[in-house]
Ligand binder design. Sequence first.
Ligand code: AMP
Length: 587
Amino acid sequence: MIIGIDLGTTNSEVAIVREGRVHIVTEHGSGIVPSCIGLDPQGNLLVGREARNQYAVRPEHTVRSVKRLMGKTEQIPLGDQTYTPPELSAMILRKLKNMAEAELGGSVTRAVITVPAYFNDAQRQATREAGALAGLEVLRILNEPTAAGLAFEAEGVTGTRHVMVYDLGGGTFDVSILKMSGDVVEVLASHGDNHLGGDDIDDLLFSHLLDKFYQDHPELGALTPVGVNRLKLACEQLKMELSATAAARLAELSLPLETAATTDLIMEVTRPELEALCEELLHKTMASVRHVMAQSGIGAGALDEIILVGGSTRMPAIADLLEEELHIRPRHDVQPELAVAMGAGVMAARLGGAKSHRILVDVTPYTFGVSCMGEVNGEYGPYRFESVIKAGTPLPAQRGQVFFTMVPGQEAVQVRVFQGENPDCRENVFIGDFRITDLDQGADVNSPILLNMALDLDGLLTVTAIEQCSGQSKSVVIEGALKALDEAALAASREKIAAFFADENQPLADDAPPEDDLADEFEEDEEPAAEQALLERARRILATLDEVDRADLETAIAAFEAAEQPAAAEQALANIEDILYFAEGKS
Ligand code: AMP
């Protein structure tokens, strides 16, 4: 049995296939597992809803949104230990695996896991690593919009269809255009905002209600942090109710105040009020919609379908705005929070041998190439970057290119592989190298070296160099820019994670958990050097961007330079990072 997993920023789900039908595994009646990990006061590990529930009262002992850190080398403290993003993700995966095993009554060792279309190689590799740590062989890393496309795919539809996948989750927003043609699904364009989602809508509602409360009752003073967190959670509930009803009531009783007293907070909010609060946010998503339409090169008339993915698309205003813009009523016949997991389940079933001839085509968001002698910025040297597999190439891809030795009789060639777009290889990400030696010494000409690169759907890059005349060859398999853990580290990590699940009641830490605030750790305090590196990356990529992205990035850089307050600078940096996140994959 192969399972399909949507490992989300806010929530995760697992799908299995039984009797030819995909369905989501539930626990206590719900298939949605919050992507939260925490420690209770006794040091017991909590994953999912329990971890999320304690966030309101113990935010410093709860980790959320670990997906945002995938591919980074950060260590995240929890209890008296620190964990890598794959280790924490593995705890969520382990929980999903356990749920599937309980449902199926047997062991599960293989999975399909989805990732955003714009995840780079390092992030995909980190996801694969998380799977391995959870005891799952990841058979396929599947792009989320592609999975959504599969979930909505009707039986027996033929011909080419262009489908828009509008995905607004808890913390991220993506919109993609798929070309679904017979057996092939291709992601034509993707755009979005890595820090935009339902959480922001909750925050807008929360700020609005809190301001109103303080205005109406200045005599009561401030709520305690626990009171504030309770109100935040209540705002999410209220928002969800407003997707179904035109007005809803917030009734939070006995909210604790700093004065040690408590207060009851009862307010009525209407749907138009909520929509007015998030109007700007929703219009921002519509700008991305227009952007992908332009980027995909298909005219509005060629769009056949819009599918809605992500819990936040339950807000009726979203379907209305999309219909107004594109004159197509969006489909929501698959539950939007489950569509990606369902698609992963469809894929898992196919990999497990269910009858299907469908081939999936995803594209590489990055360019891969090698360094060679040549001119860079007017100077001759060994730093020239030659692209071999270009960004946007459908996967799996295989490309070859011929290079020559520098001098006749050269004994060896060093092949250095990079991921990036800059003609100067020093500005790209170095991802691996190897040397072919014992080249044909007798050659009296510069000897041709054939370089082959093969990139599979899971981001594994195989690079082979062959000296044509001698047949000398060497190859290397690169599993992502993030160095895979070595065996010892992997084994230690596995042990650490296995220990949690061997006895879920076993305390994680003997000592009291540290007092430092985990939520603060998540704010990613940028070092000045990191800021500089980010700005340099941003300035470098500017010239390669299309008009919309360039204007966005220039505005964000200007905002950073003009920022007088740390908060404004931080916000501007977050915007720059966001724009780069999507733009780098595209250029
Ligand atoms: P997902 O990441 O797809 O699980 O989506 C999670 C987000 O969807 C959270 O921000 C939820 O508050 C939001 N959400 C779930 N149900 C609704 C609803 N009925 N109306 C509005 N937002 C919702």
